[in-house]
Ligand binder design. Structure first.
Ligand code: 13P
Ligand code: SF4
Length: 305
């Protein structure tokens, strides 16, 4: 019989995962070693859709806190593990529920659209949620022409260029995507003139203006599969490069900035995944009152995508 100590970390995780009836959901920015043990990988929208329909009893969420929280909002009967509770999202922390309540008083006629990178309390104060994959569609789906968009000003700005609605933007941003600069893209375009420039909508407007495609991380994975794409300049967090190269070995993927590393995403390691399954913690929970209100905003989004 094999002793547990003889097994690799990945093998021990796989064994314990089966015993616990767990599923491992992994965001596209995770470390390569964590991507390699995924049952399912995706962007925020794909991961929440997957969480909503899984039949497992436990979700090990390899991502950041708001993502695990969204799974807990959608699946209250499941145990949701986040292998390191310190894995947060600085942008999500740029608005509190109290600040949003104040802003709503100033803009009583606006509908509130909140980016999924937000706390459950902020979602609970919002009319509808969106992700980077569906933000334009969500805003367009609303009857109201006046929108308060929180917390990402850059995603909000991008949406405002795609709709005639009036958007009020909360001044939040992603510090990792803010490191991606237009001059880096201009330089790379000279070096790789055939390459397509694909950037995340959390990037600054000057970066977005240079892109052939603006899309979520899941959108980037699909774009890279296209036959007419052999070289891609990638404007988002570095973790996705591993995924793109692994799936498309013959193609070239050039990150715009090697400084675009989200320290929170990198907190999740194989050791922590194993420990979380052994101890069945840390768990992410949401109080029932907040959960029901936040779920209404998330469900509304899921109904239109
Ligand atoms: P995606 O939903 O596109 O994967 O983005 C999540 C995120 O946190 C981007 O910084
Ligand atoms: Fe948050 Fe930016 Fe990290 Fe995404 S990359 S989790 S938006 S800090």
């Amino acid at each position: 019989m094999t002793n547990n100590k003889d097994l690799s970390l990945a093998e021990r995780i796989s064994k314990l995962k089966q015993e616990r009836n767990a599923v491992i959901l992994v965001h596209n920015y995770q470390l390569g070693e964590v991507q390699d043990i995924a049952d399912f990988m995706g962007d925020s929208l794909e991961l929440s859709q997957n969480a909503a329909k899984t039949e497992a009893e436990v979700i090990v969420f390899c991502g950041v806190h708001f993502m695990a929280e969204t799974a807990a909002i959608l699946c209250p009967e499941m145990t949701v593990l986040l292998p390191d509770l310190h894995a947060g999202c600085p942008m999500a922390d740029m608005i509190t529920a109290e600040q949003l309540r104040q802003k709503k008083k100033e803009l009583p006629n606006a509908s509130v659209v909140c980016y999924v990178n937000s706390t459950a309390e902020v979602k609970a104060e919002s009319d509808i949620c969106c992700t980077s994959a569906n933000a334009v569609k969500v805003v367009e789906s609303l009857d109201n022409d006046e929108i308060l968009f929180v917390p990402d000003q850059y995603l909000g700005h991008y949406v405002s260029t795609k709709t005639n609605k009036k958007l009020h933007l909360w001044p939040g941003y992603c510090p990792t995507h803010a490191r991606i600069q237009p001059q880096d893209i201009i330089k790379l375009k000279q070096e790789y003139p055939q390459a397509k420039v694909v950037v995340h909508p959390e990037c600054r407007p000057e970066v977005i203006a240079l892109a052939d495609e603006v899309t979520s991380t899941g959108g980037m994975v699909r774009y890279a599969r296209r036959e007419d794409v052999s070289e891609m300049i990638v404007g988002t967090e570095m973790g996705i490069i591993y995924h793109l190269r692994k799936e498309n070995p013959g193609k070239k993927f050039i990150p715009v900035s090697e400084q675009a590393i989200c320290p929170d995403m990198k907190l999740i390691t194989l050791e922590k995944v194993l420990r979380s399954l052994e101890k069945m913690k840390p768990q992410v929970k949401v109080t029932e009152e907040t959960r029901l209100k936040a779920k209404a905003a998330v469900d509304k989004m899921l109904a239109i995508v």
